[in-house]
Design a protein around this ligand. Structure first.
Ligand code: AN7
Length: 364
């Protein structure tokens, strides 16, 4: 007899706050429960009294926060009898969709912009065996096509316009409040389609209103700070961008799908959107890896770069408690990482004790 399935993922943990029933078959890879890491060296380096935590979503099963939404979206697609899912993607959604489809035993179709997704994400999606459809166009063009084709073919869309995606992703806010005992003062996030910032706000709001939680934490919600790359910053410009460009390919998005929802988050939380140059994003990425031992992908570092920009300016006061979400793992984008480290060339020596010893003494 087969052993009964044991579930350890976020649906099992927050089941009573998610739209599943006793009989729902969970499609899970043990996602969620990611570390909330308090920075130690960077606050000292910048010489500002600030309590910074990073929520390292790169440690999810496929290496990004997309797994939170995908476990819910695929669980519900399977529950509804769907045999295939589809998404447009800058890379991470395609990897997550592909993995959860395999787990469920259904088919995944992913539309990706040819030549514009990070190498690790492509490798993952290939390995999971998804049907990859590369298009000669950007994410926004792919998204428009996915919406159209879903009306003509039996496929369930698993982009964040699928409301179950946001249900799964809201659990990251639950985890943060459960761990800190209270919501942070500010929460910084990279913004592409703005599904994630919307989901966090939903999570904080639901938790703040939950009658079964301690009265002291009720009503406390963070100010939500959304950061974009300056070449792909529709929320900062206040209008859609037709040819978005940034080194952070994950957020190379000009027509965000959660436009109205995200503006509501900004208003309700008293937050803002701002943009960072590619150089600012890469500097923050490298600072995290070289000073804290945390390797996130470029798009993720926009959250920390945004905090650096707004800290102590009156927007984010000194002494605040801030959470930055690191949405994806740095290993996903080896090309950008290696390009950033040209000055740190490995030394090549002969394979002898003397040579290795000399190399160490030279470097000390
Ligand atoms: C690492 O995979 O849109 O604002 O197709 O991969 O919720 O869109 C990825 C988005 C931030 C932006 N950081 O989140 C996709 C995709 C990383 C990402 C975002 C993405 P949203």
């Amino acid at each position: 007899m087969a052993t009964p399935q044991r579930y350890t993922g976020l649906i099992a943990r927050y089941r009573d706050r998610l739209p599943v029933s006793e009989s729902t078959r969970l499609i899970s890879l043990g996602e969620g429960n990611t570390p909330l890491i308090q920075l130690q060296n960077i606050p000292r380096l910048i010489g500002v009294d600030v309590d910074i935590y990073v929520k390292f979503e790169g440690l999810n099963p496929t290496g990004s926060f997309k797994d939170r939404g995908m476990t819910m979206a695929v669980t519900k697609a399977v529950e509804a009898g769907s045999q295939a899912i589809i998404c447009a993607s800058t890379g991470n959604t395609s990897a997550a969709a592909a993995a959860y489809a395999v787990r469920a035993g259904i088919k995944a179709f992913v539309l990706i912009p040819a030549g514009k997704i990070a190498l690790g994400k492509l490798a993952q999606t290939l390995m999971y065996g998804a049907q990859i459809i590369q298009i000669d166009g950007n994410f926004d063009a792919g998204m428009a096509l996915v919406k159209q084709v879903a009306e003509h073919a039996p496929v369930t869309i698993v982009n964040s316009i699928n409301p179950f995606r946001l249900e799964g992703q809201k659990t990251a806010a639950f985890e943060i409040v459960d761990e800190l005992g209270v919501a942070p003062d500010y929460h910084c996030l990279p913004v592409g389609n703005a599904g994630n910032i919307t989901a966090y706000w939903k999570g904080y709001s639901e938790y703040a209103a939950a009658s079964d939680r301690h009265a002291a934490v009720i009503d406390k919600r963070p100010v939500m700070c959304g950061y974009q790359a300056s070449g792909a910053a529709p929320f900062v410009l206040g209008k859609m961008v037709d040819n978005p460009e940034t080194v952070a390919t994950a957020i190379r998005i000009g027509h965000p799908q959660s436009w109205d929802l995200a503006w509501k988050v900004q208003q309700e939380s008293g937050g803002w959107f701002d943009s960072l140059t590619d150089a600012q994003i890469l500097t923050a990425q490298k600072l995290l890896s070289t000073h804290e031992g945390i390797f996130c992908e470029p798009a993720s570092a926009a959250s920390l770069a945004g905090l650096f920009k707004d800290l102590g300016t009156g927007k984010i006061p000194v002494g605040s408690r801030v959470v930055c979400t690191l949405t994806g793992n740095g290993i996903k984008d080896p090309d950008i990482a290696i390009a950033q480290c040209q000055d740190a060339k490995p030394v090549t020596i002969e394979a002898s004790l003397d040579a290795v010893k000399q190399a160490i003494l030279d470097a000390l």
